[in-house]
Design a protein around this ligand. Structure first.
Ligand code: GUN
Length: 201
């Protein structure tokens, strides 16, 4: 087991039926969790709730939007923490990237992550507690790397996946970018891989 995704076992992409065709409603147990914790729908898919935002702030230097040469100083909270949940009615977290590295900690269930590096390298691995079969329960996604995720069928959490994510400096939409479309994916990974991964755009 390792927090370094490069050491996680490569997994092929096989889709559960509810990833191909999402079901209309979450199972009762997961709906209960969504209600009890007041999770809300995330723009990238799935449900989430920010559970902590450090009251302390930090200043950092960042390239100005759309310009790699000009540097601006911005203020961010020192850290943020969220719960993130995938369910059979919302089983996919679509490709996006953050300028900061993101720490992921598995709470319940199983899923699969797909990372696309700036040079087009693709890494896919399973998250779960079955470390003997190559699943990992902690993983860190470097800044600037596109990330997507999808549910893997599991009995232990009613086909759900619940994780915690920590971002340092704290999350800000200005540091976050969605992958635009399949063409952008194709430019990064080539057309054959883009066909396989198009369901995550
Ligand atoms: N608001 C919308 N998306 C996110 C996210 O991924 N993390 C945090 N902390 N807040 C968000």
């Amino acid at each position: 087991m390792s927090a370094n995704v490069q050491e996680a076992t490569d997994a092929s992409i096989e889709l559960a039926s509810f990833v191909k065709v999402p079901v209309p409603e979450p199972p009762t147990s997961l709906q209960q969790l969504i209600n009890d914790w007041q999770l809300i729908k995330h723009r990238e898919g799935g449900y989430f709730k920010e559970t902590d935002r450090s009251p302390y702030t930090m200043e950092l230097e960042k390239p100005e939007n759309g310009c790699s040469k000009k540097i601006e100083t911005v203020t961010r909270n020192q850290s943020t923490l969220i719960y993130y949940l995938l369910t059979p009615d919302s089983p996919i977290g679509k490709f996006h990237k953050n300028i900061n590295r993101i720490i992921h900690i598995l709470q319940r269930g199983k899923g699969q992550y797909v990372l696309v590096y700036p040079d087009g390298q693709v890494k896919s691995f399973r998250v779960g507690f079955d470390y003997k079969n190559g699943e990992v329960s902690q993983w860190v996604v470097p800044g600037g790397v596109f990330k997507a995720s999808f549910l893997v069928a599991n009995e232990e959490f009613d086909n759900g996946l619940l994780i915690s994510e920590v971002v340092v400096p704290g999350f800000d939409f200005k540091d976050h970018t969605f992958l635009k479309d399949k063409d952008e994916l194709k430019n990064l990974v080539g057309s054959e891989k883009a066909d396989e991964l198009a369901f995550l755009v």
